[in-house]
Write a protein that binds this ligand. Sequence first.
Ligand code: 6PG
Ligand code: NI
Length: 188
Amino acid sequence: EYKEPFGVKLDFESGIIENAKKLVRKLSDMKGYYVDEEAYEKLLKEDPIIYEVYAVEQEEKDGDLNFATTVLYPGKVGSEFFMTKGHYHSKADRAEVYFALKGKGGMLLQTPEGEARWIPMEPGTIVYVPPYWAHRTINTGDEPFIFLALYPADAGHDYGTIKEKGFSKIVVEENGEVVVKDNPKWTE
Ligand code: 6PG
Ligand code: NI
């Protein structure tokens, strides 16, 4: 009844984990996520891939661990940088660790009360995501931003709240600078 241990190879250049389950998120999967709806509709004609996830997941049992890489492509919708959907964990008290491998970006985190934090990430940055914080990653560079995430197998993903309300902050480019500012669409 012991599970079999294994090693798998992660390619640092591409972010691909061998034999992992691949998930693709295109712009069309993210309606309502970006502030500039006009820019969203315009870019939808190309419907670019925003990010890909390579996940190695176990049964949703307490005590077990999953891991996944994310390859988040560079680009913007209007002035807002390409980003992941962002989520709370379904079991909200489950923490997570991210390890940045390539490119440049950061993580936006938020409590259920809407208190936000921005943690810049570059290769070598380890981010601790405490229990209860929603988390979204953002590519602020001009090459793919690649990171590894390790999370409890029973954490799950709760996308609903963020899909509806977003984060209280957005990350945009203004005069060539990365700016974290209040989300104009945010309501308490
Ligand atoms: C997780 C991780 C991470 C995340 C991806 C895609 O809990 O599995 O936080 O692997 O899922 O970076 O981001 P979204 O799940 O928010 O689309
Ligand atoms: Ni997570």
